[in-house]
Design a protein around this ligand. Sequence first.
Ligand code: DC
Length: 225
Amino acid sequence: MRIINIAVDGYSSSGKSTLAKSLALKLGYKYIDTGAMYRAVTLFSIQNNLIENDYVKVNSLINTLENINIEVYFKSNLSEIILNGKNITKDIRSMEVSNHVSNISKIKEVRYKLVKQQQLLSKDKGFVIDGRDIGSVVLPDAELKFFIDASLNERIRRRFNELKRKDEKTTFIKVEQNIKKRDITDEYRENSPLIRTTDSIYIDNTNLSKSDQLELALKFYKMIV
Ligand code: DC
């Protein structure tokens, strides 16, 4: 069977990383979570006072970009994120990071740096990569592309339950506001917005179980390898 690259794009909390991870594990491919890389830059910005209230000090961040070293380390084919030598895989999931990550990810220079790194990481085949611009910008030539969607309510519910499981103090309303804001920023930003490319396979998983979704995706995979 030929080895390919698989791009998985979609809205926040649509279940794209669940699909991407399970595809990677099933196929023995490596999984890259590009959202985690934008979250790492966001965590760095918070820790280094580059965000004040809701305002990102864009020029200062651009000037310090070269000091931000992000490494993707594969552990059982899933990715762990190292920021300047420290494993921050868990720290980047907080509401604080989620609240600022859209503003960080719309900065052209940040995107340029991370997209270059993502392309380098996946230059050999055998990767499942998820994000917002994978099929459109990072891997426009990926052999298989999915666009994952679910209803807004379902996405809020999933994210809220995920945070509750982690004991994060939040409310349904706060999660709703965060997801709606991120949807708008992701879709309408100037630099590589979230788009559904014409060559991607659209999956709405509102009423699909995780295993149904994986099975469906595998059917498409088998059609092309
Ligand atoms: O997938 P996620 O929710 O962890 O992504 C966090 C943010 O990063 C999301 O709001 C949009 C941004 N992002 C992006 O702009 N491009 C990507 N390829 C991945 C994520």
